[in-house]
Ligand binder design. Structure first.
Ligand code: GLC
Ligand code: GLC
Length: 823
């Protein structure tokens, strides 16, 4: 069952009924001012940091989950009836309803009682404000006497404190109202130099700034007193809950349309120009004023929206494909890159599953997000890499997370996740492959914990490598520390106290738990680092890295192989994890994907065997499960993984982040059908038809889909912010379609599903545009391709670098036995 449909031409998902199984959300903002918005206008906004600079309020674990938002109420003053054109919060029946989620904007349109309304929500490029552009049309044959009420509830900035510290916060709230603009200025009198504003393009019939005056006692957003009575209270908030609401009278003749623009914005004044007059406590509006005036104009808004769309069109044009499969096309061309941009911007902080107050920017998460993002905005990727490297420790280890506002490592979670530093190498490698910009390696970056002078980024990579080398266990495999990629495999934790955090509780020392997964990642990273060393002319380093990679691969072959698949780990006591020896958790997905991706087992048959075991034991029609059999009880020595009921999260769900590793691995053994088959099982667009089962948005990947041990097998959770976005983009574009940036240039090496006759693609790479046509006339699918560049056959599959601005025609014919190029 579906709740809407894709509009590929406009790059939108169109939701056609408001009661989706869960709020289906979108993100606003591209740069510093961000928000989430649901298909019924729920959601909230923040500036840069969802925890420390929250602009509007969200109530955690609310019902419905997206309650509170960017609400507009329409009131028919003739009858006194009122409703929400976004359905929520009044949930009055609508004659028509449609929500269009597009790239960084959302339009919600509806009709009721002959009144049509459409609201466009977006954040203009480079601005710290959001626009709500409301258009109301009277489709009745007689005049309509309407009122419009807006509503936004302010958050007192620090979202954590706002949600907990009521004894203080009920007394601190302050606002100003001047020239129809509502200013939220809590704590501006003292140390803050920022405020929020809520402005309206039309003359006001009234306003409210105290939430409870607007709502009335014992009322929720569905029945605000001001709306019911058709009149605002002109309330000024002193403490309690600062809120913004405008009341606009909107008489409309038959057929008449009018536009009302609301702006919700954030502004920082220079410390010495906070007040006007100086020392008065009154906000100096001289700097924000012109911005507000400009964006309240219809033409500015129309132009700003056009520029946002152009910017997305430009970003999307970096890579466009046309394959025989429409679910692939729309994900690769529209939604997957968009989700990659969102995950890059948000890391794991804000969604319907992340509160914005617990996690900042994840180290390993961001390094992986880069893989799917770097081609779209290499400059931002560069900055992120340097920020991440600055949270690395002198030991080579890394803070697991940092706060985006302060860019400082988060002490609560600390470090000790032993895979973290290796991802920095893979992230930097992805940046270099895309851009060829080796100057990044010379950038001087400090370590977070030492007073010593900054060192070159290259040195950070060397320390990342050494961090693993310095921490090897009895089998020569890397020690796992708190956890590796799998946050929940906590082999040194031994927690028996309810509620204790598996990630931050002091580890038990003396054990020697090792990770086969980190070993695979190490091999991959060491090879990447060797390539980087070669680029720098450090061939000795390169040889050393390769030698260590080989040694580690040998250790995996010797101690990490279980007979039919790669083991997962050795626990504190040296017992195998992810082995046929174990009663539960016999096989894990991560080492199968990662070891094969790193090249282990490709020549001795282990890779093919491991992948066959994945197919037999872990694959379901909804995707590949993380492990089997799922743990049915709590294992003290395994940690959080066994705390989840079977089939959920790390305990045997289809953890979508790691599915693409298997897809990539399948292409490495030349099985395009297997790779693409797995791709389609979790492709959200391909799951649209089962939206009632899947339940999350059909336009973005979710972190997990319940595994076969769960009663709700097939149900997705944790949509949007997941490494799944980047890795699926890499799997489909770089490995299945085979358009793969490497340090030396762009390689074209597809491994297609055998039914495909081919595909075409356009890819901008280091300034040139490659127009690629791939044909598989003999349906050979597997590896081996002949390339013609502007009609001339080249050796191998690596394209010669074209000059900036050039357009190059590339013809690719798959299959070694084919008669020849051009036929
Ligand atoms: C979450 C985390 C990620 C981790 C994964 C597996 O997605 O954000 O860092 O690797 O879970 O535990
Ligand atoms: C990862 C896991 C999640 C876990 C969290 C913190 O995000 O996906 O299951 O709760 O790490 O432990």
């Amino acid at each position: 069952m579906r709740y809407g449909h894709f509009d590929d031409e406009h790059g939108e998902y169109v939701i056609t009924r408001p009661d989706t199984p869960l709020p289906w959300i979108n993100y606003l903002g591209t740069d510093a001012y961000f928000g989430i918005v649901s298909n019924t206008a729920g959601g909230y906004s923040w500036y840069q940091d969802a925890r420390l600079r929250r602009i509007t309020r969200y109530r955690y674990n609310n019902v419905p989950a997206d309650a509170g938002g960017r609400y507009i109420y329409l009131r028919d003053n003739g009858s006194g009836e009122y409703w929400s054109p976004s359905w929520q919060p009044t949930r009055c029946d609508l004659d028509e309803y449609e929500c269009r989620h597009g790239l960084s904007y959302t339009k919600i349109a509806s009709a009721r009682l002959g009144i049509r309304a459409q609201t466009l929500y977006f954040v203009p490029l480079g601005e710290t404000l959001e626009v709500w552009r409301l258009r109301v049309r009277n489709e009745r044959s007689r005049p309509a006497d309407l009122s419009v009420f807006s509503s936004a509830e302010f958050c007192l900035w620090d979202a954590q404190d706002d949600g907990t510290n009521f004894q203080r916060n009920y007394s601190t709230g302050e606002v100003e109202v001047a020239d129809g603009v509502i200013y939220h200025k809590t704590e501006y009198r003292e140390r803050r130099n920022h405020f929020a504003y809520f402005a309206c393009s039309e003359p006001l019939a009234g306003f409210d700034t105290q939430r409870d005056a607007f709502l009335g006692p014992y009322r929720g957003w569905d029945r605000p007193l001001a709306v019911e009575r058709g009149e605002s209270a002109q309330s000024i908030a002193h403490g309690w809950a600062p809120h913004g609401s405008h009341h606009v009278r909107l008489p409309l003749g038959p057929g008449q349309t009018r536009e009302v623009i609301f702006l919700l914005g954030y502004w920082e004044n220079p410390q010495d120009r906070k007040f006007d007059p100086p020392g008065s406590g009154i906000i100096n509006k001289a700097l924000a004023g012109p911005v507000i005036d400009r964006w309240l104009r219809s033409a500015t808004v129309a132009d700003g929206f056009a520029r946002l769309q152009e910017s997305w069109a430009a970003i999307r044009s970096v890579m466009q494909v046309s394959t025989p499969d429409n679910d692939t096309n729309r994900m690769v061309n529209i939604w997957n890159p968009y989700q990659c941009m969102v995950t890059f911007n948000m890391s794991r902080s804000v969604s319907m599953f992340e509160s914005g107050i617990s996690r900042g920017v994840g180290f390993r998460d961001s390094c992986q997000d880069l893989l799917g993002f770097v081609h779209m905005a290499p400059g931002l990727a560069r900055t992120r890499i340097l920020d991440l490297a600055a949270t690395q420790l002198a030991s080579g280890g890394a803070y697991h997370q940092y706060q985006p506002l302060t860019k400082r490592g988060n002490d609560t979670i600390g470090s000790g996740f032993n895979d973290d530093p290796l991802w920095l190498i893979t992230g930097v490698a992805a940046y270099l492959k895309e851009t060829g910009d080796t100057t990044i390696l010379d950038e001087l970056v400090p370590y977070a914990d030492s007073g010593t002078s900054p060192v070159q980024l290259y040195e950070h990579l060397e320390r990342s490598f050494r961090y693993t080398m310095d921490r090897l266990g009895p089998h020569g495999l890397p020690l796992i520390g708190r956890a590796d990629w799998n946050d929940c495999l906590n082999l040194n934790c031994f927690s028996s106290t309810p509620g204790e955090s598996f990630q931050t509780t002091a580890n038990v020392t003396g054990g020697q738990a090792e990770s086969v997964f980190i070993a695979g990642l190490f091999v991959l990273a060491a090879k990447e680092l060797a390539g980087i060393a070669d680029l720098r002319g450090r061939t000795d380093d390169g040889c050393r890295y390769r030698a260590e990679a080989d040694k580690m691969a040998a250790a995996v072959t010797e101690h990490g192989w279980d007979g039919r698949w790669f083991r997962r780990a050795y626990d504190y006591y040296g017992q195998a994890v992810g082995s046929a020896e174990n009663p539960e958790g016999q096989i894990f997905i991560e080492p199968q994907g990662m070891c094969v991706m790193s090249g282990i087992g490709l020549t001795n048959g282990m890779a093919a065997k491991a992948l066959a075991s994945v197919g037999e034991r872990l694959a379901t029609s909804h995707g590949i499960m993380l492990l089997q059999p799922a743990y049915t009880r709590y294992y003290l020595e395994l940690g959080e993984i066994s705390s989840y009921p079977p089939g959920y999260k790390e305990n045997g769900s289809i953890f979508c982040h790691v599915n693409p590793w298997v897809m990539i691995a399948e292409t490495m053994i030349g099985d395009g059908d297997a790779a693409f088959g797995y791709y389609m099982r979790i492709n959200p667009s391909a799951r649209e038809e089962i939206s009632d089962v899947h339940r999350c948005e059909p336009y973005v990947y979710a972190q997990m889909i319940a595994g076969k041990d769960a009663p709700s097998h097939g149900e997705a959770k944790n949509s949007w912010l997941t490494g799944t976005a980047a890795w699926n983009f890499v799997a489909i574009t770089q490995w299945i379609l085979g358009i793969r940036p490497e340090l030396d240039g762009l390689r074209i090496d597809p491994v297609l599903p055998s039914a495909w006759p081919g595909f075409t693609a356009s890819r901008r790479f280091r300034g040139a545009t490659y127009e690629i046509t791939v044909r598989d006339p003999a349906h050979v699918s597997g590896r081996g391709a002949r390339l013609l560049v502007d009609g001339r056959q080249i050796q191998g599959t690596l394209l010669p670098l074209a000059g900036a601005g050039e357009t190059v025609q590339v013809e690719v014919i798959l299959g070694p036995e084919h008669s020849g190029p051009g036929h």
